[in-house]
Design a binder for this molecule. Structure first.
Ligand SMILES: *[C@@H]1O[C@H](CO)[C@@H](O)[C@H](O)[C@H]1NC(C)=O
Length: 286
């Protein structure tokens, strides 16, 4: 069993080395067709940006920030919906978030931290979808956001604050009338099963294998169904994420060290599109 696993790991890492395929084709799905993609990362607590979304943040910030020869640019914005005040550390954590975003590379003017009485950091509470939608709407409109990125209904860690976000985003995009040439789209970070969650760097090899395999199938006209946009971190990206996480000093308890060592979300992010609720479903949206 052990020998088999070792051979498998060896094979996968070899494949990852020889078959490096860039992931930009997958980024296209998220960035859409606008000349400048204005992407809003929507989180629930300070440190979510490091613990869950860092591979995406570093991939997007590596894109040109002004339209280059290819005519494409990406602007990345961050909106965090609570100060993380469950333990009364809201003010400390606000400062930690600012330092983390400095290191990741999202400047002041493109980042906001909300402290809303109906959106408290609380591990037992779900947030109301319409409060979320109303809270984020002004930021989306003022900055002409083209893509919103957030958690899925699994919330990665099952935190109900995280898990509430996609329903709020879905409600918002349903309420924004798309203009002829532009509609705001949204994507959720896919929650993987627990067993799959703590395979850390091995996830990189597997993700690159998947990407290479999909590219191979496409070359022979056998496009795999349902392409999933994927961002994979490099070692330098991982170090930046770790450095940003170090700014969240109040959160660095022993089990977070385990997390940052083994979590695949420090290395690989896979996304799925958030659809607006079906017309007429109204308040049945949880
Ligand atoms: C979280 O919400 C529950 C239920 O409303 C409440 O009893 C608890 O005190 C809250 N915890 C914090 C840290 O505010």
């Amino acid at each position: 069993m052990f020998a088999l696993a070792s051979i498998l790991i060896l094979l996968l890492s070899l494949l990852a080395k020889v078959a490096y395929y860039p992931t930009s084709a997958d980024a296209e799905i998220i960035l859409g067709k606008d000349e400048t993609a204005r992407v809003l990362l929507l989180t629930a607590h300070p440190d979510d940006e490091c613990l869950f979304f860092a591979p995406t943040v570093s991939s997007l910030l590596a894109q040109p920030s002004a339209p280059d020869a290819s005519g494409r640019a990406v602007e990345l914005y961050s909106l965090c919906l609570s100060t993380g005040d469950a333990d009364g550390l809201g003010e400390v954590r606000a400062g930690e978030l600012a330092r983390s975003l400095d290191i990741l590379g999202i400047p002041e003017g493109r980042r906001w931290l909300i402290d809303h009485p109906e959106l408290p950091d609380n591990i037992t509470l779900s947030w109301d979808a319409s409060v979320i939608a109303e809270t984020i709407k002004p930021y989306v409109l003022a900055n002409k956001i083209t893509t919103i990125l957030t958690f899925d209904r699994g919330g990665i860690s099952s935190h109900p604050n995280h898990a509430s976000l996609p329903a709020g985003v879905s409600r918002l995009i349903a309420s924004l009338a798309p203009t002829a040439d532009r509609a705001t789209r949204a994507f959720s970070l896919i929650t993987v099963p627990l067993l799959h969650k703590y395979i850390g760097p091995l996830a990189v090899a597997i993700a690159k294998f998947d990407i290479a395999f999909a590219a191979l199938l496409r070359r022979y006209g056998a496009a795999p169904p349902g392409r999933v946009p994927v961002f994979v971190a490099g070692v330098a990206d991982y170090r930046t994420a770790l450095n940003a996480m170090m700014q969240h000093r109040s959160q660095l308890v022993w089990f977070r060290w385990l997390y940052v060592s083994f979590s695949r979300y420090m290395w690989v992010n896979e996304w799925t599109e958030v659809r607006p609720p079906p017309a007429g479903s109204g308040s049945s949206l949880a």
